[in-house]
Structure formats: C-alpha cells, structure tokens
Design a protein around this ligand. Structure first.
Ligand SMILES: [Zn+2]
Length: 99
C-alpha cells in the first residue's frame, strides 16, 4: 500500500462516495461525522488503540465528504490556515495561553 496525500484522499472519497453523499445531503453527512466523533470518544475511554485508529480514519473520511459536498479543497484550506505558525498566536511551536 503506497502513501497517498490528503488531496488524493479527497479525490478518492469523491470517486467512492460523492453521489451517495449528495443523496444524503450536508446535514445528514455532518451527523455521520458527529457519530464517528462519538465513537472516537468511546474508544479513547477504552484506550483501544486499534479502534481509535479506525475512528480517526472515519473522521477524516467524513470530513473530506463534507468538503466535497461544498467543493472545498481541504488541504489547501488547511495549509492556508496552518501556514508554518499557529494561527492563534503566530508562533511555532504554539504559545497560546490555553492548552
Ligand atoms: Zn498558538
């Protein structure tokens, strides 16, 4: 298995799921993401590393589905916001007051 970029991952999600994501719509696709965040919470409580890893993959997948529905280039937005420095304090590493 070769490593793919976030851009390629978003393209993959588009190819696999865009039609279904459109049928489901933004609101219900967002609820799927929230469901997976809930499952991540449970697996963190159990400290089940395998399950935690799966939920992280699912959260990324659903996040990219939402980006696809809205025609947002996720990695482009990420790079613009997190451009070498913390967007909160403009430092690297971050020195914001709250952890
Ligand atoms: Zn900061």
């Amino acid at each position: 298995m070769s490593v793919i970029s976030i851009k390629e991952a978003q393209e993959l999600m588009k190819k696999l799921y865009l039609e279904r994501d459109k049928e489901r719509g933004q609101e219900r696709t967002f609820l799927k993401l929230v469901e997976e965040v809930g499952e991540l919470a449970e697996s963190l409580l159990l400290q089940d590393k395998e399950k935690i890893s799966e939920e992280i993959a699912d959260i990324l997948a659903w996040t990219l589905s939402i980006a696809n529905l809205l025609e947002i280039d996720a990695i482009k937005e990420f790079q613009e916001k997190y451009n070498e420095i913390c967007p909160g304090c403009s430092e690297s590493p971050c020195s914001c007051d709250s952890v």
